[in-house]
Structure formats: C-alpha cells, structure tokens
Design a protein around this ligand. Sequence first.
Ligand code: FES
Length: 653
Amino acid sequence: SSDPLVVFTPSGKRGHFPVGTPILTAARQLGVDLDSVCGGRGICSKCQITPSYGEFPKHGVTVRDGALSEWNAVEQRYQDKRGLKEGRRLGCQATVQGDVVIDVPPESQVHRQVVRKAATNRTITMDPATHLFYVAVEEPDMHEPTGDLERLQRALKAQWGIGEVTADLSLLAKLQPTLRKGAWKVTVALHKGHNDTSHRIIEIWPGYSEERIYGLAIDLGSTTIAAHLCDLRNGDVKASSGLMNPQIRFGEDLMSRVSYSMMNPGGDREMTAAVRDAINDLTRSIAAEGGIEPRQIVETVFVCNPVMHHLLLGLDPVELGQAPFALATSDSLSLPAREMGLDAMNPRAQVYILPCIAGHVGADCAAVALSEEPGKSEDLVLIVDVGTNAEILLGNVTRVLACSSPTGPAFEGAQISSGQRAAPGAIERIEIDPVTKEPRFRVIGSDKWSDEDGFETDIATTGITGICGSGIIEAVAEMRMAGLLDESGLIGSAEQTGTARCVPEGRTHSYLLHDASETGGPRITVTQGDIRAIQLAKSALYAGARLLMDEMGVDRVDRIVLAGAFGAHISTKHAMVLGMIPDAPLDKVTSAGNAAGTGARIALSNIGARAEIERVVREITKVETAIEPKFQDHFVAANAIPHKTDPFPDLYS
Ligand code: FES
C-alpha cells in the first residue's frame, strides 16, 4: 500500500491508513487500546498519544517532521484552555500525514492493568461494568414528538453504538433539567449487564463532566467487614477501611446467628438492618477517607459466606441451618443498591454479588477461586482461607473441590482469654526458648522484639494489650515445641515443665506471657481454655482439608496457600507445627493475603471476570462437611498437636 504506515507502541499493532485518518480512528480499526469519553470531540483528552520522530529500524520506519497534521482549532483550543503535556497530542484530532510511530501512554489505555494475581502472576485489566460517555443529544422540536430519554437513547446508539439503555424514575426526574443545563450535551455513567447487552443510566451530568466514578469491593465476613474504594477509570485504590460486623451481638459464629433467627421471630430482620446500617456507615466513612462524595460510588461488589449473603439480602437464613442447606439462590446477583437498603452510595448504584458454590460454601470461596485460580494450577494446590468460617479449595487443572469448615472465631482472637483484634498493642509474634522456657515477643506498633533496645519506647503509648490471632497460633505452637504442652494439648505444671511461668489456674495451668499487673497493666496468659479453643478451630480446618484430600484420593498436596485477611500474618511454620494444615515442604506453603477481597476487586475491575467466575463455580465440586461422617473422625484425630495419626514428615525432617 502507498498509504502511510502507522505503528502503535507498546502493542506493536500496525497498519496502513489514508492521509487524513485521525489516530483514534486508526487505533480503533487495529484494536489498539486507546481511550475516549467524548467520542472524539476534543473535550475529554483521554485519547492522548505521543508521536515519535526519527529512525526506527525495529519497526522499519523513518518518521519525518510533519508525519502528523498541524494542530487544528479544536486541539489548539484544548491546549489553550487546559494544556497538554510536552510532546502529547490528542489522538482524535491529530491525523496521519506520513509514516509514524505512536506511543499510547498508560493513562490513555482503557484496559489498564490493575490487580496482579499472586498465584498465576497474571494481571487484571480495567474493564468495569460502569463507564462514562459524553454524548450530544438532538434538541426537541414541535414536529418531532419524541421524549428527551428517547432522543438520548438514539444519540447513544448513533454516537457510541450502545442500544437497550434504560433509566429509572429517579434518573428521569433529573434528565430534563440536566439536558437543558448542558445545552443538550451530557455525560452519562452507563452500567452494562455482564450477561446481556442491556445498559442502565446510573448518573447524568450536564456537559462534559470530569467527575470521577468509584466502586466498592466489600468482603463481608462474619467478624469483620473490609472494603476497598476503587477508582473505576484506572483501578487505583483510593482508600481501604473496615469495621467489626455488628451482628456479633446476635451470635459470634454463623450457626448461632442462624439459631437467633430461628428462636426470635423477626430476628433475621434485626440482623439484616444491623449489617446494612454498618455498610452504610462504612460507605460514608470510606468516601470521606478517599476525599470523595458518597454519591460518586456507583457500583459495589460483595463477597460473603452464605449466611451473610442471605442476611445482607434480607432473606431468612433458617434453611441454611439444617440439611440439605438450601440457598434461596446460588446464582450471582446484580441489583440496585437501593433495593437492598444501601442508600449511602449513589441512589442508582448497582450491586453485584458473586455466586455461591453451595449452602455452606459461599461467594467468598468463589472469590478466592477467582483470585487464586486453583483450576489453572498444574500441581495440586490446597487453598485455605482462614476466618470464622474457613473456605477450603483443593484442585488442579483436572478438578477443583471446595468445602467450608466452621472454625469459629478463635483464630481471630475471639474466645481467647487475652485475645484481641490485630491492632497496635497486640502481641503478634512469639518465641519461647526451649531451654529457659522464657518468652520474647513482638507487638504491633514496633519492629523490635520485647528484649531489644527501644522496644519499651516504641510501645510507650499503646502498651501491651493482648494477643491477636497470629500471636495465639504462634504461642500454642511455641509452647508445644518448648515442651510446655503435651500432644493432647494439656499445659504442664511448674514442676513438670521446669518453669514458674506455668501457673495453676483452677484445676488447670496457664502459661504467663507478660505480667504488668503490679503497675496496673494487664496480665497476659495463655490458658488451658485458650489452647482448647485453638485446638477446636484447627481441627475443624484440618478435617475440612483432609476430607477434600480423601475425595480427591490423595495423601499429600504439592503446595498450600494460606489466605484470609489474617491468613497473611500467620507464620507458615507455626501453622504446620500446630497441625492447622497438612504436612508439606515448608517452602511450598505461602500466604496470599486477603484472597477473597482480591477476588472482589477483580470482579469490580473487570466485567469479564464475573462471567468467568460464574462458569468456574459451576465446575467446582462441592463437598458438604456437615453431613459427612468421616469429617467427625478427621476432626477427632486432628485434635492432637500436630495430629494423632497423620505423619508430618516434612515438619520433622
Ligand atoms: Fe476525547 Fe480525544 S477522544 S479528546
């Protein structure tokens, strides 16, 4: 072709285009990822590109001066009013005049990469359900009896190729004044369904709006609610925040909340109101923290276990308390936030809830599968999301199994005598000298051990207040390794263990970790009751994992991933000494952080990921722990530390 050659970097896509073709047009024809909100009108500047001049042997091109058109009036007006960065041009205005190499900077790419998946090292690109579009609408006229909405729909179809656009009554009420205020030009936020081609107008602004739109990714746990506020244009996390789930006052674990609902007429409605209020509070506080208005939040994604799922939706969870554990629906849900009583965000914000896997295996487990992708792993991976309820996945490319196990809140520091949330002042790391049986520890808020210089100064304001979840796991494992605990979990007396730190308490013993009672401070001990609570929690976790291994017909797994907001802080060695997880080479045990939360962010950032997880969930085999008799056997055997019968060859090698 004698037409000029256009080469785009970094994609390397290239093609010949007639002189006078706008760069944005060339990019679209080649499938190059170049953004536009205003549809090429020279208003939004999302289409910025950088032309390069000189010789490019790699591309076989020499770019001469004049390869792009001179600035036209539109581009010049943008330059005068707002200013472009040195070397930048507007891709919708600059046209091809000769061979040229065009770089698309990251901020001009629609599909910026945002979330990196730890397991597969794959990145997620930005392609959210809600996008902004600038559109020019025909003015009404006496001879054309169509309504304003119909003309807006027509304009979206003609200028953006978008059909099936709907608006609710509250949007309709803003439509007429907004169109007139913007002189028939408006910016709309459109929410696209991921399984169909429908679009809903979420918000409308007069003229071209620079307003940013945001989404919330919420991991709704039984004990804590954690949220990320994400910019829907570039995926940036503007703020992260969390709070305690107020439903704790109705019961610490899920089953006690289900029984609260069974015993108290209207109890489910009380719990629904409590969690919705908390999410509304969290919405307002995270918006304030991110420096935005709550109405700029146009989308929210939830991941949660089945009981929280039902309580959030206002569905009585009573069926989840008894076999066969039927869910009201296991499918993903996409519905207006206001329908769920979530009215702190934009009044037309849309909510997406990931699908549940089964009556006991929820959308949180689906979110872990989305972020860790066990179904893409060549080796057999066990993924354990540690929380009040543990979500467990076992699988590889051939098959993925899932179950959940009721560990209770002990791992999160609840039901532990000196337990507390992971916050400044909490003991998070512990070592016990196997000879002297003396402890040293680290406290959140200081990077020093308790016997190092400067520790006292670091913690002068917080003091030492208690033990958090990772601390209690280390404490029990260290006590076992120092011989203060026997295999059955019994704490020895001072005579048996040779340390005065093993103090009698009733008919049992406690290990004294830290005593500041003389100066009015706390006395922090690990009691026999604490050990028993941890044993119950870890047995439930182990038994769930073991049940999946039985189902898969294996004795060993190739690698283990510890996930969960607090899973990231657990020492893998201590988890194995305790027998929380099956034996594996220690270097094959890794932490993935809050994988469910990451899954929620992925589903918020990329609409394709929603379809993907809905497909993956259909292929996961659910294993029901509650009715499986072998679960009880595994549970009993796993009560010993690390285990009564299963060997731990890697641990003892
Ligand atoms: Fe909006 Fe070029 S596409 S300024």
